[in-house]
Design a protein around this ligand. Structure first.
Ligand code: SF4
Length: 577
C-alpha cells in the first residue's frame, strides 16, 4: 500500500491516544495518530516521524502520523495498514495462489473477522493483527492487554471445529526481525489462546513488511514461537551438526537400516548394539533375506541382546512387507504402526529419519529431556502424557530436518541429559532455555509414577554332561525367552545333596558335582536369582532325565543353539566344563 503526500517531522508529545504534536519544518503541528495503542517505545521526543498530509480542508488535523524511525529501520504504526497490505497481498495471490475470492470482514459468532476467502472447496477465515512492538529484534504482540484479540482467537478455534480453515496473520510492520513471540508478560491469556488455537488447527503465521516512509507491503514469512519448544530446534541442530556421533546405521539411513537399528536400540545401549548390528547386517542384508530367515538363525544372531520377541517381530514384519508392500518398507507413520513390533517411537524414527516425514519419535530419553527443559510435572509413565508430548513436539519440530531433529533429541538424551547421575548441563545446547537447570532441579525431573516391584524367582541351574553330550531344554514357544534354549533348572535354591537326589530321581548318576557362582538376571517385570552346579554324569541318553531334556553335542551346543544372556554366567563354565 502506498501513501500520498508524505512529509517528515519530529515527534514532540502525545496528549491523548488520537492526537500528537509534531514539529514540521519548524512549526508545531497537531496531528492525528493512526494507532490508538500506546506505542510508548516508538514515540519518543525528537524521533523522526512520517505523516500523510490530507487534502481534505475540512479536517481538524491536516496530518496523519503513519510511521516512525526506530534505529535504522522505519516502523509503520498505522493500524489500518496491515489489513490493507494483506488485502493487496491476497488479491495478488499471497497465501492462496490458485483461484480464490477475497472478501474483507465477515461476521462469525460474536466477532467480525478481517477476511473471508473461498479457495476451491475451502472456506477460510483470516484475522489480521498488526505488530509494532520489537525488542532486540524479536517482535511481540500485544503491546497492551487486548481482550478483543483473545476473543477473536477463540472464535477462530470454533470456526475450525465447524469446518473452516482459519488463520491468524501477524503482520510485522517493519523489516528483518528474528522471530515472533506472544507478549506473555503483557497478556498471558492471549499467549495461552494462541497455543490452544495452534493445537486446535488454527494456522498462526507471521509476515514482515517492506516498510518505506510512504509504503508498506507484505514481504516474507517470519518464524512464530509460541512455547519454549519453538526455541529448541535451532540450538539443538547446531549442536548435533557440530559433533554428532558416527554410528553405522546413520551413515546410510535406509528404512531397513533405521528399522533394525531402532529395534536393537530398544532397551540396549548404543555401544552394545554396534557389533550386533554389524553381524546382523552381514547375515541379513535386506528385508527379503530377513523375511526368508529361519527363526533359529535369527535367535542365534540376536543372542545376548535379550528381548527376543523383537527379532521374531522383525521376521514377521519383513514377511508382511514382502507380501503386502512389494518388499518396500511403507513410508507413512500410520502404515508403519500396523507392522508387528513397531510402536509410535519406531514408526516416528523410520518415517522421519529414512523418509524425511515430519513425525516425532518420543521415547524415555526424549520424555526425560523435555520434562527437564520445561519442568514438566506430568507423569511420563502415563501413555496419555506421552501422546500429549508427541502432539506438542509435532507442532514445534522443523519441517526441513525432522529426522535430524529426532536423532539430535535422542543424542542429547543419550550423551548429555543423562538418566542416572548428573546431566552435563554445561555442554548442553539448551542450558540457557532449560527451566530445571535454571533452578538447579534437574534431578527432580522427569516425574515417574513408581513401577510395580519385580517378582523374584529362585532357580537352580544344572550344567549336565557326560563324555560327549550336554543337556539343554527348549523354552515354550510363547512368553519370556520364547523358543530359546536353556540349561535344565529346578525351582528354588538347592543344596548339592538335594541336586544329587533330584538327579537320582530322574535316572541320572552323578560322577561328580561342582557348585558354581550365584548369578542374577533382571527382566522388565521379574528377576531370576540363580544358583548353579556343574555335574558330570555317567551317561545322558533318551531313556534318562526329564522328558523335555534334549541331548546335544557338547562341543557344538553353544555355537549352534540360541541360549539367552540370562545364562551368560554359566555359559563360560559350560565351555570349560
Ligand atoms: S540444561 Fe541440563 S537438565 Fe536441562 S536439558 Fe540440558 S542437560 Fe538436561
Amino acid at each position: 500500500m502506498k501513501y500520498q503526500n508524505i512529509v517528515e517531522g519530529q515527534f514532540e508529545s502525545r496528549p491523548n491516544r488520537f492526537i500528537a504534536y509534531v514539529n514540521i519544518d519548524g512549526k508545531r503541528e497537531k496531528v492525528h495518530v493512526k494507532n490508538t495503542g500506546r506505542c510508548g517505545e516508538l514515540l519518543l521526543p525528537g524521533t523522526p516521524v512520517y505523516l500523510e498530509k490530507s487534502d481534505n480542508p475540512s479536517r481538524s488535523t491536516a496530518y496523519d502520523l503513519v510511521a516512525v524511525k526506530k534505529g535504522e529501520r522505519i516502523v509503520n504504526m498505522d493500524s489500518q495498514a496491515p489489513n490493507q497490505a494483506v488485502k493487496e497481498w491476497l488479491l495478488e495471490g499471497g497465501l492462496f495462489p490458485g483461484e480464490r475470492t477475497v472478501r474483507p470482514e465477515m461476521k462469525f459468532g460474536n466477532s467480525r473477522i478481517d477476511f473471508f476467502v473461498e479457495s476451491g472447496e475451502e472456506k477460510i477465515l483470516i484475522e489480521v493483527k498488526g505488530v509494532t512492538l520489537e525488542k532486540e529484534n524479536v517482535v511481540l504482540f500485544p503491546d497492551a492487554p487486548s481482550e478483543r484479540a483473545v476473543k477473536h482467537v477463540y472464535e477462530l478455534i470454533k470456526a475450525v471445529s465447524e469446518g473452516y480453515r482459519a488463520y491468524i496473520l501477524l503482520v510485522v510492520q517493519m523489516e528483518d526481525v528474528d522471530y515472533f513471540i506472544p507478549n506473555e508478560e503483557m497478556h498471558p491469556a492471549f499467549a495461552k489462546a494462541l497455543r490452544e488455537a495452534r493445537k486446535a488447527g488454527v494456522e498462526i503465521l507471521a509476515y514482515d513488511c517492506k516498510v518505506e516512509k510512504d509504503e508498506m507491503c507484505i514481504r516474507r514469512e517470519v518464524t512464530v514461537r509460541l512455547s519454549v519448544l519453538d526455541l529448541i530446534s535451532q540450538p539443538l541442530l547446531a549442536w548435533y551438526d557440530s559433533g554428532r556421533r558416527i554410528l553405522p546405521w546413520r551413515e546410510e539411513p535406509t528404512p531397513y537400516h533405521v528399522w533394525v537399528s531402532e529395534i536393537m536400540l530398544q532397551q540396549t545401549r548404543v555401544e552394545a548394539v554396534k557389533p550386533y548390528y554389524d553381524r546382523f547386517m552381514t547375515n541379513m542384508s535386506d528385508i527379503k533375506e530377513l523375511a526368508e530367515a529361519e527363526e533359529e538363525k535369527l535367535l542365534k544372531l540376536w543372542e545376548g541382546l535379550g528381548y527376543y520377541n523383537r527379532v521374531r517381530n522383525l521376521n514377521k514384519a519383513a514377511r508382511i512387507i514382502m507380501e503386502e508392500h512389494g518388499g518396500k518398507m511403507p513410508s507413512s507413520y500410520e502404515e508403519l504402526l500396523k507392522l508387528p513390533g513397531i510402536g509410535s517411537y519406531t514408526a516416528g524414527a523410520i518415517a522421519s529419519i529414512a523418509y524425511g516425514r515430519k513425525v516425532p519419535a518420543v521415547d524415555g530419553n526424549v520424555l526425560r529431556v523435555l520434562a527437564r527443559l520445561r519442568m514438566d510435572e506430568r507423569d511420563i509413565m502415563q501413555q496419555s502424557v506421552k501422546k500429549q508430548i508427541e502432539e506438542e513436539l509435532l507442532l514445534s519440530m522443523p519441517s526441513d530436518r525432522p529426522g535430524d531433529f529426532n536423532q539430535a533429541l535422542m543424542e542429547l538424551g543419550a550423551t548429555v541429559c543423562l538418566p542416572n547421575g548428573a546431566p552435563k548441563c554445561d555442554v548442553c545446547p539448551w542450558k540457557e532455555l532449560c527451566l530445571a537447570h535454571a533452578e538447579g532441579r534437574e534431578q527432580e525431573f522427569p516425574v515417574k509414577s513408581a513401577k510395580k516391584a519385580r517378582t523374584i524367582e529362585k532357580k537352580t541351574i544344572l550344567l549336565l554332561r557326560d563324555e560327549n553330550k550336554a543337556a539343554l531344554k527348549k523354552r515354550p514357544e510363547k512368553g519370556l525367552l520364547a523358543g530359546m534354549y536353556e540349561f535344565p533348572w529346578v525351582e528354588g535354591h538347592l543344596t548339592d545333596d538335594e541336586v544329587l537326589s533330584y538327579l537320582q530321581k530322574i535316572g541320572l548318576s552323578a560322577i561328580h558335582i561342582k557348585p558354581l557362582a550365584d548369578s542374577k538376571h533382571i527382566f522388565t517385570h521379574k528377576e531370576w536369582h540363580m544358583k548353579g552346579y556343574a555335574v558330570r554324569v555317567d551317561e545322558l541318553s533318551d531313556q534318562k532325565g526329564e522328558s523335555d531334556f534334549i541331548y546335544v553335542d557338547a562341543g557344538e551346543a553353544v555355537e549352534t543353539y540360541p541360549i539367552p544372556s540370562a545364562f551368560a554366567a554359566y555359559l563360560k563354565n559350560f565351555i570349560n566344563f
